[in-house]
Design a protein. Structure first.
Length: 293
């Protein structure tokens, strides 16, 4: 079944260290574009996130919002700078000797008073632990996201098929009217000539040539055949499934070309009115197609 390019999905997962919430929102776009809004810790996972989205969507601009919460009581770390301690000890010994104090033995109390030897660090981020939680939340969000796009796509497809049937009915009515256009033209032309000539004999051969010329230029059989073919293709594409938005957009251009040609060729008020109705329906179809993947 065809899919809509608009959709939403949300997923949440957690472990003893992290809680992650993922939201996916998509709108129409010519190509697939995934934009990540995530904490710095998760940015290295961007490639995998985009690959997962590409597995369920082919077109659309997808915004990915990720919230990360740290939970639990992870202990901070204490870092010691051994090189700096050795540098302090060497410098103090040099100062003591220069002052004539002899060798000076540092105590632990001396070291504790020296700045920079001990640094209290917050708990280190664990990307592997965060990635496992992210995958669970992302899977849940993608499931809802894909389901919504399929549901919306099914609704759009049903609407498009209904409008296709409406256009098909208009085409049938145009075809029925087209059969009598030449005869109507001949009757009106004959009446007009007789009105103008009065008792003067009518040149039947010349009248026949004029009617034949008109019928040739007003003939819309080829356009009607192509329109019927386009209508059949429209139904096949909507029922075949997969991404078909671009193909439908091109097909609609062909629809409009044939309808416009009919409107310019058919010298009939009723057909012109039906052409206007058909163009109105085709515009509604065009608007709906823009939402399909």
């Amino acid at each position: 079944m065809v899919q809509s390019m608009t959709g939403f999905g949300r997923g949440t997962a957690e472990n003893e260290r992290y809680k992650i919430t993922v939201e996916l929102k998509s709108v129409n776009n010519r190509y697939l574009e995934a934009v990540l809004h995530a904490p710095r810790l998760l940015l290295p996972l961007e490639g995998g996130i985009k690959k997962a989205i590409a597995a369920v969507a082919e077109r659309g601009k997808v915004d990915v919002y990720i919230q990360l919460e740290t939970i639990g009581d992870a202990e901070p770390g204490l870092k010691t700078d051994k090189a700096l301690a050795a540098a302090y000890a060497g410098a103090i010994s040099e100062v003591a000797e220069a002052a004539g104090m002899g060798a000076y033995r540092l105590t632990i109390g001396d070291l504790l008073r020296l700045p920079g030897l001990f640094t209290l660090q917050p708990p280190e981020d664990d990307l592997a632990a965060a990635e496992a939680v992210l995958q669970q939340a992302l899977d849940e969000a993608l499931t809802g996201f894909a389901a919504m796009r399929r549901s919306e796509g099914e609704r759009l497809a049903q609407d498009l098929l209904s409008r296709r049937d409406t256009v098909a009915g208009l085409v049938e009515r145009i075809e029925n009217l087209a059969e009598g256009v030449a005869q109507d033209y001949q009757a009106k032309l004959t009446a007009r000539i007789e009105e103008l000539l009065g008792a003067v004999p009518l040149d039947e051969a010349r009248l026949a040539n004029e009617v034949a010329y008109f019928a040739d230029h007003a003939c819309i059989n080829e356009e009607l055949v192509r329109l019927k073919s386009h209508l059949a293709q429209l139904g096949e594409l909507l029922q075949s499934g997969g991404a078909c938005g671009r193909k439908l957009d091109f097909l609609l251009q062909e629809f409009n070309r044939e309808v416009n040609t009919i409107g310019s060729k058919a010298n009939c008020l009723e057909i012109s009115q039906l052409v206007i109705e058909a163009k109105s329906e085709l515009e509604k179809i065009r608007e709906q197609i823009q939402n399909l993947e």
